[in-house]
Design a binder for this molecule. Structure first.
Ligand code: NAD
Ligand code: MLT
Length: 335
């Protein structure tokens, strides 16, 4: 595939860096989730005291947070309004990753606390994981592998289909959606998509036809979603939209649980309207109910999209450098 990621990151860096008008005092930072050690090294090398404690209960976090100017999390720590309000010295919260849905950004804004993420650091890993799920789905890799582990040679049971000539619909043509398009085109897939802020001309640059959702549903053999979870994207795939799709459509969610309605997906899998699902994310993580994950036509992974050495190194370096830059009055970064 073409180096869409590098190009878009370059363009993004050209346009999204804004000069900070302030310098943030940054003496002490708490890292409360598993973040690559490079993050600690960069901060310490720039004179910042760092405490890493990934075992804090909510009560302990509330008691600890007043000691820190900065907090760095991945997704396990829930940075709720009470944590933010308890952070009397807190000036900045960093998310080593893309989604900031575990941070109450409104509470942070009310209190003048900056929230930064590292958009782009895990784009390639999430895109590759999505492609892996698409490929695995079309050849029944999950179930076939499971049957071998159980000592069975079920050769006839697992007839697959080629990706060549099939249509992949991408809902959300941002960083990850675009990289998925470029990669799946190399399998001979036609890519179509919908995104309210990506113009048809922009998506045409990566060979993806921009269509309305109503045009997309009946055309797609595969649908992959790459949007944030917001009111407009919640249950984008539901009973009503599954009904408009081709029978046997396969779906992938490597974005956020809830973009595909889980109960509707289960019904569509049971009826055969959906021929298979690749799921990396769930409404509840870890799920209390594993019915979907256990379904024979589902390949499920426990939110592994960004779990690569490369992505974790990048997001750890990015967030630490962004903190240091801000403390030194350099540019702000985030999306
Ligand atoms: P992005 O911001 O670059 O792209 C998201 C796109 O969704 C944007 O272009 C936006 O316009 C579009 N969008 C918003 N509302 C829409 C709607 N109603 N219909 C269609 N498109 C809409 O984000 P990204 O970096 O590509 O990340 C996409 C998603 O993947 C996010 O939810 C992110 O949190 C998630 N993510 C998951 C993993 C993982 O480990 N599984 C890793 C990284 C990111
Ligand atoms: C993200 O939003 O970056 C993803 O959920 C990946 C992660 O941090 O695990």
């Amino acid at each position: 595939p073409k180096l869409g990621y590098l190009r878009s990151r370059f363009l993004w860096e050209q346009t999204n860096h804004t000069k900070a008008s302030m310098v943030i005092k940054l003496e002490k930072v708490l890292i409360s989730d598993e973040v690559d050690p490079k993050c600690v090294n960069i901060l310490q090398n720039n004179g910042v005291e760092v405490v890493k404690n990934t075992k804090l209960s909510k009560e302990e976090l509330l008691a600890e947070i007043p000691k820190y100017d900065g907090l760095i999390v991945r997704s396990a720590t829930k940075v709720t309004a009470d944590v933010i309000n308890a952070g009397t010295n807190l000036r900045i919260i960093g998310r080593a990753g893309t989604g900031v849905d575990n941070i109450d950004t409104e509470a942070a804004t009310r209190k003048g606390v900056i929230v930064m993420n590292t958009p782009g650091g895990n784009t390639l890993s999430a895109a590759e994981h999505t492609c892996t799920l698409i490929i695995a789905l079309t050849r029944n890799l999950g179930a076939a592998s499971m049957s071998m582990k159980e000592g069975r040679w079920d050769r006839k049971k697992f007839m697959g289909s080629e990706l060549y000539g099939k249509t992949l619909a991408i809902i959300g043509l941002g960083r990850i959606g675009k990289e998925v398009a470029l990669r799946m085109q190399s399998f001979g897939m036609t890519t179509i998509g919908f995104d309210p802020i990506v113009s048809p001309a922009e998506s045409a640059e990566f060979n993806t036809e921009s269509l309305s959702l109503e045009e997309i549903w009946p055309r797609a053999d595969f649908i992959t979603v790459h949007t944030p979870l917001i009111p407009q994207t919640k249950h984008l795939l539901c009973d009503a939209t599954f009904a408009k799709c081709k029978k046997g459509v396969k779906v992938v969610n490597c974005a956020r649980g809830g973009v595909i309605e889980e109960a509707a997906l289960l019904r569509a899998l049971e009826s055969g309207q959906c021929g298979g699902a690749g799921l990396d994310v769930f409404v509840e993580e870890p799920p209390k109910d594993y019915t979907l994950a256990k379904h024979p036509n589902v390949i499920a992974t426990p939110h592994l999209g960004a779990s690569t050495i490369e992505a974790q190194t990048r997001v750890a370096e990015d967030i630490a450098q962004q903190f240091v830059d801000l403390a030194q009055g350099k540019s702000l970064f985030g999306a």
